[in-house]
Write a protein that binds this ligand. Structure first.
Ligand code: CO
Length: 272
């Protein structure tokens, strides 16, 4: 996108994964955006240090956010929107904002930056995501089976409210839908207690994370005693694991794209 000779760019900033399938999801978002908004230059940045290091070692392209912004600066992009592909306004998003801010008003570089919020950034979004999740439950689920969406959890105040908010909206659709978090107060023990109180002894465990990374493979479904599946089964609850992550849900991805469009629009307005 070119405006008065000053270039605009969109950066999709994602935690990243060493798994090829999810990398394809992010490239899919980039291609979809470029298809709908021809002329927009879209770049991908990874916010996880571990993921970028792992991918580099395998000889794959993996640029950190600061690296992408420095490169865009050098290439003459004056206005840059950074869209977060994170789930909640937690630590990763906070760092994304901090890094992005530092590249604004750079002499001989980027003039203005804008950041697009993570997936569940306010009550409207929590309600929308709840609606999409409730409309896309495992088809084989029986009425006496609960569905537990397991998210990362956040330590920053704004992020801590994300998951209880989603829970409130999910219950508007179906009393058998629950939200748990790997970190924070909605842990496996408290989720099990709630399931027992409500009389559920069979559950579907569904990732509420963007990627099928270590958190899903090990913390949710791993063979270790600490995993959610193991903890639930030890408590006498039958578990059915679901592999689909948030990036694998097209209707959810659409919300991230929506935010990217908004970010680009506010960038164009800031420039005008
Ligand atoms: Co983590």
């Amino acid at each position: 996108m070119q405006q008065d000779g000053q270039k605009l760019a969109l950066v999709l900033a994602t935690f990243g994964s060493a798994r090829e399938q999810e990398v394809d999801f992010v490239h899919g978002i980039k291609e979809e955006f470029e298809r709908r908004h021809p002329g927009t230059e879209v770049f991908i940045a990874y916010t996880s240090k571990i993921v970028t290091t792992k991918r580099r070692k395998k000889g794959e392209a993996a640029n950190a956010l600061a690296q992408v912004l420095a490169q865009l600066s050098v290439e003459g992009f004056s206005y840059v929107a950074v869209q977060s592909l994170h789930v909640a306004p937690g630590m990763e998003y906070e760092m994304l904002c901090d890094i992005t801010r530092r590249f604004a008003q750079m002499p001989k570089g980027i003039v203005r930056t804008v950041t697009g919020p993570p997936l569940i950034c306010n009550d409207i979004r929590a309600e929308k995501v709840a609606r999409l999740l409730a409309a896309d439950l495992p088809p084989e689920r029986q009425v006496d089976e609960a569905v537990v969406f397991v998210g990362h959890g956040a330590k920053l105040p704004a992020g801590t409210l994300t998951y209880p908010a989603l829970q409130a909206y999910l219950w508007q659709h179906d009393p058998g839908l629950f939200v748990g978090t790997l970190e924070g107060s909605l842990n496996a023990g408290c989720t099990i207690e709630l399931l027992r109180k409500r009389g559920y002894d069979r559950v579907w465990l569904v990732p509420l994370l963007a990627y099928y990374g270590v958190h899903v493979a090990e913390d949710m479904f791993g063979a270790g005693e600490e995993s959610w599946q193991h903890t639930f089964e030890a408590a006498g609850i039958v578990c059915k694991p679901v592999e689909t992550t948030l990036l694998g849900r097209p209707a959810v991805v659409e919300l991230w794209i929506e935010s990217a469009v908004d970010a680009m629009e506010s960038l164009a307005l800031a420039k005008a």
